[in-house]
Design a binder for this molecule. Structure first.
Ligand code: AMP
Length: 333
């Protein structure tokens, strides 16, 4: 039986944090036995914001090591580096021909990036969703395990695929949808009291899979809180709700309920609450952290995984590019 195709990737801009893990990688691990999975390391995407040559390979290595440490099995899935598959750049070019400026400019992530980096509003940032669509459509994926922040990009991937199909009068690209095993797509909040956990939101906002227990304790102890609840059963302000949301992800339901009750009774002590949260984060990441050290030291293994993955990914990509060229009408003499 043909298994449904799954594609997802993570930008190689540094180490993976809990947002990447719970939003994406944990689903990768859970999906690998039941689907035909392609998981890549988005080093081309990283160039939109992280163009320093000296950092590039190290960042790719971090993501590859952490994929493997999290439990992705390269025998069962196709793990590859985006730039090892040049066909991606070709499909990106074709899709760019029918992606409109207006729709790209309206993308929330583009607007966020412009706000964060007003001095480097490059065309790669604008067409980021087109490159992402090329990654996904390349293997004709149906399911794309991603966090909540990527929902709009998936909608754009469907738009570009459908537009291509209409333009060339072919039922070629299937529609890809964002996927999560949880009821809703995951949004992991950060420790700074506002918004999501992310690499660009500052070092202390994110907890990385490779952070030592001491670092995790320190980061969580410094997380933003307030003076405490002033009435029973009051609505939690964002910074506090974020910490409870993190606890919901890493702790047991009983622990969550215990601290929720204390909050509602105005008896919560944030010091105890944060201590528990930090210990549960340490527990949740411990097995991955240990494997990161081990795998990172084995360059021969990493080389072999990347090479094997690139071969498999290119086989699928070359087939798509052959068919796409034919649909577009590109022929060689
Ligand atoms: P990025 O680091 O932007 O390349 O994101 C890689 C993957 O991690 C995507 O699937 C994102 O949706 C997911 N991700 C990143 N940050 C978060 C977060 N704070 N909560 C949930 N998912 C996240």
């Amino acid at each position: 039986m043909n298994k449904e195709i799954v594609v997802s990737g993570i930008r190689s801009t540094g180490k993976l944090h809990l947002g990447n893990y719970y939003g994406a990688v944990k689903n990768f691990v859970q999906m690998q036995n039941d689907f035909n999975c392609f998981f890549f390391i988005a080093d081309l995407h990283s160039l939109t914001t992280h163009p320093t040559p000296g950092d590039l390979h190290g960042h790719v290595k971090h993501v590859l090591v952490e994929y493997l440490a999290a439990g992705i099995d390269p025998e069962n899935t196709t793990i590859y580096v985006q730039s090892d598959v040049p066909e991606v750049a070709e499909l990106y070019l074709y899709l760019n021909m029918n992606a409109y400026m207006g729709e790209l400019e309206r993308s929330t992530s583009f607007k966020d990036k412009v706000r964060a980096n007003p001095d480097n509003v490059n065309a790669g940032l604008l067409t980021y969703p087109v490159l992402m669509a090329a990654d996904i459509l390349m293997h004709k994926a149906i399911k794309v395990p991603v966090g909540k922040d990527q929902e709009q990009h998936l909608e754009m991937a469907r738009t570009f695929g459908n537009r291509f199909n209409r333009l060339y009068n072919a039922d070629y690209f299937p529609e890809p949808y964002a996927f999560s095993f949880t009821e809703n797509l995951v949004k992991v909040p950060g420790l700074d009291g506002k918004g999501k956990m992310g690499k660009s939101e500052g070092e202390s906002n994110a907890v990385y899979l490779s952070d030592s227990p001491e670092v995790i304790r320190k980061k969580v102890s410094r997380a933003v809180t307030d003076g405490g609840p002033t009435s029973e059963f009051q609505e939690k302000p964002e910074a506090i709700q974020n910490l409870f949301d993190l606890m919901k992800i890493v702790s047991t339901p009983d622990t969550l309920e215990h601290f929720n009750d204390l909050y509602n009774k105005m008896a919560i002590r944030y010091g105890d609450f944060k201590k528990q949260l930090a210990e549960d984060m340490i527990l949740a990441t411990a097995p991955i952290r240990d494997r990161i050290q081990e795998i990172s030291a084995d360059d021969a293994y990493l080389r072999q995984v990347a090479k094997h993955g690139a071969l498999k990914a290119r086989e699928s990509a070359q087939k798509t590019i052959r068919e796409v060229r034919e649909l577009i009408g590109i022929k060689s003499f």
